[in-house]
Design a binder for this molecule. Structure first.
Ligand code: ASP
Length: 318
């Protein structure tokens, strides 16, 4: 009998990522960051682990990397702190866990997993989330741990304005963000059992206020997984992704219109989101371990590896 194929796909954010803004050294660091996350997640799949655990393992590595806007290295809010959002979904059971606006949690994806596995809830927000984290023994870190000079400088440029900026910015903000970094992170996996899962983790956007929450932790918008269709993790301008219910829409196009993963993602990213000025992209996988990475922005940090021995790591449109 043929072995069930398995695969992992990850992203580190999408946006106005241009080769002209990048130094070879920085490019190398991003590639290495993606590679080590890919290796960590893929090792779980290779050893027969679950898609959920592979997604978690890959995301933890990206959260720990200062270059990406998730966990350590998250962007600053209007008040000058980091508030993080994350979600995890298991396509085999449709179980999900999500957290929003959480502070001082070292690995928000682990807290989302805790919500999924060990609470009666799907989505926790604000201070109560931290209480839950403490109760579950989740690792916390002081504010300093999350600090990065370049995110701080990004924030300083706009903190006195009403502007807020995504890592992938446009219009006037773009000028302010010459040195912009990108980096919400996500992963989707298909394991040796043919189960799929998706996860996303982010610091959201620089100078966000009023407890703003993006698409990343919203099940169906930034994160979704269903064995019957696909597992999706999005990155981009969160508001249009929420309004488009982007991740679930891909699933619907596959379920009700019989589109392939690639066709469905192309429809949502290059048509529906474009119509809403929703800049960004998504990664996806199905239960046959087909992988797609689609974005309508200049670039998306992305990588995939599968049991056929294929591996891709990319940043720009090429
Ligand atoms: N989608 C995220 C948000 O809106 C940001 C990103 O993907 O970079 O919070």
């Amino acid at each position: 009998m043929d072995m069930q194929p398995y695969a992992l796909v990850i992203h580190g954010g999408a946006g106005t990522i241009l080769k002209s803004d990048m130094t070879p050294e920085l490019e190398q660091l991003y590639m290495e960051g993606l590679q080590s996350a890919l290796d960590a997640g893929y090792a779980v799949l290779e050893q027969g682990g679950t898609a959920v655990n592979a997604v978690k393992a890959a995301i933890v590595v990206l959260e720990d990397n200062l270059l990406f806007n998730a966990g350590r290295g998250s962007v600053f809010t209007k008040k000058g702190v980091q508030e993080m959002d994350a979600a995890l979904m298991d396509g085999a059971t449709l179980n999900a866990g999500a957290i929003a606006a959480v502070r001082n949690v070292r690995n928000p994806i682990e807290l989302a997993a805790e919500v999924m596995h060990n609470s009666n809830h799907v989505f926790l927000s604000g201070k109560g989330t931290n209480d839950f984290a403490i109760k579950q023994g989740i690792k916390l870190e002081p504010d300093d741990y999350f600090f990065s000079q370049f995110r701080y400088d990004q924030w300083k440029e706009i903190r006195d304005s009403d502007n807020y900026s995504l890592d992938h910015t446009h219009q006037n903000i773009q000028e302010l963000m010459k040195d912009k970094k990108f980096g919400t992170v996500g992963a989707c996996a298909c394991d040796q059992q043919g189960n799929i899962a998706a996860g996303t983790s982010t610091g959201g956007m620089t100078n966000k206020k009023f407890g703003r929450i993006g698409d990343s932790p919203v099940i169906g918008s930034g994160t979704y997984a269903n064995n019957q269709t696909c597992a999706i993790s999005c990155t981009g301008h969160g508001e249009p992704f929420i309004r488009a219910v982007a991740a679930h829409d891909v699933s619907c196009l596959m379920e009700y219109k019989n589109l392939s993963l690639q066709q469905a993602m192309d429809e949502v990213v290059n048509h529906k989101l474009v119509a809403l000025e929703g800049e960004g992209g998504m990664i996806g996988i199905d239960a046959k371990a087909n992988v797609s990475m689609v974005f309508n922005s200049a670039g998306m940090y992305r990588a995939m590896r599968n049991s056929k021995g294929e591996q891709i790591i990319g940043i720009y449109k090429d």
